[in-house]
Design a protein around this ligand. Structure first.
Ligand code: FES
Ligand code: FES
Length: 151
């Protein structure tokens, strides 16, 4: 039986096997490739999406778990064409280097600002556990502070 959920505000009917990782469904079945595969074991955060607002590593969530839930991917962070405050700050601070980890970083940062609109350095460090092999952490932190209060 198809799994019904909402992705970026649109209802979807997913026919993948129930134990298929959500990341695979997002990329292969739904064709949204902004969410990245890094490690596949919930360690790096490249595959981060929001499930009912909570940041979640989609490589380690069976798609059966999202029945009836609302998923937001990086493609849904600016739903009406206006950049999310974090995306604007990412550009202003030239955060990405290779860019591979950055959609996951943005999704983690968006969940942080939704919960803590003016996070301290300590809150940022505690929430931002995604790995960046290029070491963009100082610029990520600066961009989160810049976007704080505008998200
Ligand atoms: S690919 Fe999911 S946490 Fe690394
Ligand atoms: S920008 Fe290259 S891995 Fe983060």
């Amino acid at each position: 039986m198809p799994i019904e959920a909402t992705i970026n505000g649109k209802p979807v009917s997913i026919t993948a096997e129930p134990d298929t990782p959500l990341l695979w469904v997002i990329r292969e079945e739904l064709g949204m490739t902004g969410t990245k595969f890094g490690c596949g074991i919930a360690a790096c955060g490249a595959c981060s999406v929001h499930i009912d607002g909570a940041v979640t590593r989609s490589c380690s969530v069976p798609v059966s778990d999202i029945a009836g839930k609302a998923i937001t991917t990086i493609e849904g962070l600016a739903p009406h064409g206006t950049l999310h405050a974090l995306q604007a700050a990412w550009i202003a601070h030239q955060v990405p280097q290779c860019g591979y980890c950055q959609s996951g970083q943005l999704m983690a940062a968006a969940a942080l600002l939704a919960a803590s609109p003016k996070p301290t350095d300590e809150q940022i460090d505690a929430a931002m556990t995604n790995i960046c092999r290029c070491g963009t952490y100082p610029r990520i932190r600066a961009a989160i502070h810049a976007a704080a209060g505008q998200a």
